[in-house]
Design a protein around this ligand. Structure first.
Ligand SMILES: CC(C)CCC[C@@H](C)[C@H]1CC[C@H]2[C@@H]3CC=C4C[C@@H](O[C@@H]5O[C@H](CO)[C@@H](O)[C@H](O)[C@H]5O)CC[C@]4(C)[C@H]3CC[C@]12C
Length: 764
């Protein structure tokens, strides 16, 4: 059973004795965003109304994983030394049939998924993520059920005509099953997040977080829509938690489930927008059709508008030709007849003032149509706020208080992971009742350049976090030049995110990168043909370098068991999976072409004692896959541990401190040199000699027979089964440097290996 995770006084994950640990793993798996039956990826064309009409009958069973495949995927992840899984699920998967109508079969399937993961070699730490992207599948992303849009009075079948959302599904030719037009013209790369600025998604988030303030007329069964939606969402999450506890309490007792995260990437909607008649100048993402808020209100009411269009260029996003959208009599809102049918189906009684067939922002006097034909914006500042922190410190806190209280009623010991809007600091909660000593803060990081251009640009980088948080008077100052500076800049951004989080929540709250990753379909998917993953490797290595410099725990976005080279993660053309079945043959090609180097002559072999678990060394406190059947020096060794299918494996597979007998100070893995440096402050305790620091040293980079180790004190044993180095060091400031010696190259330039090694190390 994995040991319970504690939090140290300075906000680090640790064991009960205060030895620091790191959580590393993946988001498993993005297929939860789409139904499995029928299989409705975002490249399923919308040919008729069944997409909407049958949305209450879908099933998500088999997403994230087919039960029988779980073991192989988990074993594969353990080969990377991973110990943690972020398990996304959507509100839609639990409650698609209607409010309060839960899919208990899906919940029981999730229980089985968790149970099976837990049964694979000591299991994994798992935390639950109520996932969403741009509110819902029906507004271009994933998350909420269709009925939530009906609840707001929307008619999602008309979102295409009114540009209220952009859905990938509409860009698929039903005849060929392929995308229509050229990629950049029809459904540009990473266009889906622009839905955050379109009518459907922006309205839903405004109602969810601020319905009481901004849409008082929108009440359902006597409750404001804000309370109604938050209530249903939180109840669905808590029903899942309760079901897991009822069916498999051991998952909690055995430290498998470690916590719950709050809503993925919450968004402020219109809240804080100062002028609905313009595109806010601080908006960094402008791509494709880009209406102002007022234009999107008009389009939603079926009024023809000419709006700006943006293209991605070398210099960012630039305005192209304006474009005229004519909804041709369609409205984004339900007609009276449609709404009556919907209300009858879901037993909804609306406030009589809430007129059908009408934009709710018109209903609230934000705009009107004068003389039956002239739309006029009456209150351009309807959503404006005295300062930019009002949303996070009020609307977000109100929502978070709701889920916090429900979750704490359910369990006091599990972690609750607070997630602020993406790349923004959390609310100031110091001394607040909703901040306890089992709270973690989630951060997400994506490098803007890598994400938007789908390439690793070694020459020009952008301080994405600085840009998003307006840390520069001029965006040009956010530019960095040269690969080294880009890497350092990413490292600085993560460390600033950590600093900003701690300044809001206090130093005792750990920071956890619950999402970080790169698109693998870089350079127009060249790697899928050439098998040259150097861009992806460099981009991922930059993230690894940034994370390990600050000892940050993380779960990569993502691991997708059904990834393919054609459709990526099967959602909105994204392709972030670190593993793909389509890459398996590529791996074997590489191995065949690159013969394993001959073992070095005995005189140059590193002086490290190696052991296996059979020979009596202690079992490391990790979840790492023991592979004691392997003949480590055999050329086929890595094939046996089945690393095939991993992409940019060199950068994913990294050494790291599994458990530090003391406090972390610094770490750096140098992928080019194949060297790893760890600095720490060893504990001053009576048992210091007998308790080691455990370091994962993957043989993918470090052949056991060729390790060279230099350290400030102590002795070490390398457990080859677990690929774990046990370092028994002295208290105080210590370092260890581990290098992989190659035949052709000395390890540490200018160093004589035999002098580097303390006397305690012997050749086994
Ligand atoms: C010079 C450049 C062009 C400057 C780029 C500036 C902006 C366009 C970008 C700056 C910050 C970006 C946003 C950062 C984070 C995001 C969250 C992300 O969602 C999650 O990521 C996964 C992969 O996309 C997804 O599958 C998960 O479900 C999500 O939880 C989506 C993108 C974005 C909003 C990103 C958009 C571009 C910037 C605003």
């Amino acid at each position: 059973m994995p040991a319970k995770i504690h939090i140290s006084a300075d906000g680090q994950f640790c064991d009960k004795d205060g030895n620091e640990i790191q959580l590393r793993g993946v988001n498993l798996d993005p297929s939860v965003k789409i139904p499995a039956k029928p299989f409705l990826s975002t490249h399923a064309p919308i040919e008729n109304d069944t997409f909407f009409e049958d949305a209450d009958k879908v099933s998500f069973i088999n997403h994230p994983l087919v039960l029988d495949d779980i073991e192989q995927h988990i074993i594969r992840l353990k080969s990377l030394g991973y110990n943690t899984i972020r398990l996304p699920f959507t509100w839609e998967s639990l409650e698609h049939a209607g409010p309060g109508q839960y899919d208990f079969d899906y919940m029981d399937y999730i229980v089985e998924v968790l149970t099976r993961i837990n049964s694979v070699q000591q299991g994994m730490y798992i935390y639950l993520d109520p996932h969403q992207d741009v509110w819902s599948r029906f507004s271009g992303g994933s998350g909420a059920p269709l009925w939530t849009l009906y609840c707001a009075g929307f008619q999602p079948a008309n979102f295409l005509a009114t540009d209220a959302a952009i859905l990938h599904n509409y860009y698929i030719d039903p005849k060929t099953g392929r995308e229509v037009g050229k990629d950049e013209e029809s459904y540009p790369k990473m266009v889906w997040p622009t839905n955050y600025f379109k009518l459907a998604c922006q309205t839903m988030f405004t109602l969810f977080f601020g319905g009481k303030q901004y849409a008082p007329k929108c009440t359902i069964n006597g409750e404001n829509i804000q309370d109604y939606l938050q209530g249903r969402f939180n109840d669905a999450i808590m029903t899942l938690c309760a079901r897991i506890k009822e069916k498999a309490p051991e998952l909690f007792e055995s430290n498998c489930i470690i916590g719950l995260e709050s809503m993925n990437e919450p968004n402020c909607g219109y809240i804080g927008e100062t002028n609905l008649d313009v595109i806010p100048k601080e908006r960094n993402l402008k791509l494709g059709k880009t209406p102002t808020a007022f234009q999107s209100f008009m389009l939603g009411e079926g009024i023809e508008c000419t709006i700006d269009q943006y293209k991605r260029t070398f210099f960012g996003f630039s305005k192209g030709k304006p474009c005229t959208i004519n909804p041709k009599g369609k409205k984004a809102w339900l007609s009276a007849e449609e709404r009556d049918a919907i209300d009858a189906k879901y037993n909804w009684e609306r406030n009589p003032e809430w007129k059908p067939d009408t934009c709710i922002w018109k209903l609230h006097g934000v705009w009107e149509i004068q003389n039956g034909k002239r739309p006029v914006l009456l209150k351009p500042n309807y959503f404006s706020q005295p300062d930019a922190t009002v949303f996070i410190n009020n609307h977000f806190v109100d929502y978070y208080t709701g889920i916090y209280n429900k979750f704490r009623e359910f369990d006091q010991e599990l972690f609750i992971i607070i997630q602020p809007p993406v790349m923004k600091p959390p609310p100031n909660l110091q001394n607040s009742k909703i901040l306890d000593n089992r709270t973690i803060c989630a951060c997400h990081f994506y490098d803007g350049m890598t994400l938007m251009y789908k390439t690793w640009n070694k020459r020009i980088g952008i301080d994405t976090y600085g840009l998003v948080n307006k840390k520069y008077s001029n965006p040009a100052f956010a530019v960095v030049l040269g690969e080294n500076n880009i890497r350092k800049c990413i490292r600085k951004q993560l460390s600033e995110m950590q600093k900003d989080t701690k300044s809001m929540l206090g130093k005792k709250v750990p920071v956890f990168f619950t999402e970080i990753g790169i698109p693998f379909d870089m350079d127009d998917k060249k790697a899928y043909i050439t098998n040259d993953y150097s861009s992806q490797t460099a981009a991922l290595d930059a993230l690894g370098f940034a994370l390990e410099g600050s000892n940050l725990s993380y779960t990569l976005w993502c691991y997708c068991s059904i990834n393919s080279h054609i459709w990526g993660d099967n959602w909105n053309n994204e392709d972030f999976s670190i593993w793909s079945p389509d890459d398996k043959p590529l791996y074997h090609d590489t191995r065949a072409r690159t013969p394993t180097p001959e073992p070095s002559p005995a005189s140059t072999v590193a002086s490290v004692s190696t052991s296996t678990s059979k020979s009596g060394s202690s079992q490391p406190p990790s979840f790492i896959k023991p592979d004691n059947q392997l003949d480590l020096d055999s050329p086929s060794c890595t094939l046996k541990s089945d690393l095939s299918g991993f992409r940019a494996l060199d950068a994913i597979m990294r050494p790291f401190p599994i458990k530090i007998h003391g406090r972390f100070e610094f770490a750096e893995f140098n992928l080019c040199n194949k060297s790893y440096l760890l600095k720490l402050v060893g504990k001053t305790t009576p048992e210091q000699i007998t308790v080691p620091t455990y370091i994962f040293i993957p043989r993918h980079h470090f052949t056991p027979s060729r390790l060279s180790i230099r350290s400030s004190s102590g002795h070490y044993t390398y457990n080859t089964d677990y690929q774990v180095l046990e370092w028994f060091h002295e208290p105080g400031h210590q370092f260890i440097e581990i290098c992989a010696k190659s035949k052709s190259r000395p390890n540490t330039p200018g160093s004589d290996t035999s002098n580097d090694l303390p006397a305690e190390c012997v050749i086994s």
